[in-house]
Design a binder for this molecule. Sequence first.
Ligand SMILES: Cc1cc2nc3c(=O)[nH]c(=O)nc-3n(C[C@H](O)[C@H](O)[C@H](O)COP(=O)(O)OP(=O)(O)OC[C@H]3O[C@@H](n4cnc5c(N)ncnc54)[C@H](O)[C@@H]3O)c2cc1C
Length: 299
Amino acid sequence: MNSKVFLENLKDVPFIFEAQLSLFTTYRVGGIAEVLALPEKEEQIKELKNFSKKNHLDFRVLGLGSNILVSDFGLPGITCCLRNFKGIRIDGQKVTALAGTALDEVVRASIDCGLAGLENLSGIPGSVGGAVFMNAGAFKAETFDKLISFTVLNAKGEIQEFKKEDVKYEYRKVWGIENCVILSATWVLDVGEKEILKARREEILQSRKAKQPLEYPSAGSVFKRPVGAYASKLIDDCGLRGLSVGGAQVSTKHAGFIINYQNATAQDIYNLIKEVQKIVKEKTGFQLEPEQIFWGKFK
Ligand SMILES: Cc1cc2nc3c(=O)[nH]c(=O)nc-3n(C[C@H](O)[C@H](O)[C@H](O)COP(=O)(O)OP(=O)(O)OC[C@H]3O[C@@H](n4cnc5c(N)ncnc54)[C@H](O)[C@@H]3O)c2cc1C
């Protein structure tokens, strides 16, 4: 594909040809996307998906890039970033947000309206789409707790609404939406006391700041919580805090995080993940499963 063909076919869709993906991921690593599309409207997302299907191009949906590791070798085809597809509507206790909206903005707006139920998700740096995609959660709360439905552009290119009761979901996993673009999500929240909710939000943000290495680029917790243990404790117990590969390091502040400590490559981070998995398996018997998603080629 070349930019001319792309431009001719999708005149109205904002895009960057040969975009540096390190600027669009929180790890601050990743090579070049052949095309990075930045749609602002549902119609544009539809056009992009149909165009990529018709032309047999790779098509990936990028939210705020806070849970992915993109290869140094970049990505062919279309990377469709939804960060400009955003908006929040609050109607009584019903909160609806477009997929590219920062989840934390939805939390803040809900609290401002005295609505309770999302406050424990404060500070998760992903988009609404990314949060629904993997049922993001923290402090014993999950995206799906108060969710009632979400809309997608399905594999056939049709808009489809999923009711929560029709979807199988669990800890960091939602089934049956792998080939869908999530377009929006709706929650029904409880009526709460604004000042109490604000205080809870502040408490959570402070706790994140105290415990997580927010001063370095990362993508949050690298591994899912294994049954019967905590990934960060296992890593810590194996003495892996501070373990480095190239510019990537197991955070000394929170052993569950890998940070881009000093100009890491994606390959450094990938190799460190593999190394941690290997050592933890050898020493404890636990096979850690990454929570993060790998895009592109790794050696
Ligand atoms: C400092 C830090 C702290 C974090 N803390 C937490 C935490 O407490 N709890 C937690 O759960 N996570 C946490 N994370 C990880 C991350 O923020 C979440 O997983 C978030 O839900 C990812 O959203 P995103 O928009 O960044 O998704 P991306 O990283 O852009 O994408 C992740 C996956 O979601 C898919 N996706 C994204 N948007 C859509 C869409 N609209 N439609 C279909 N698929 C889509 C992508 O294709 C990809 O497969 C943290 C990350 C960081 C950097």
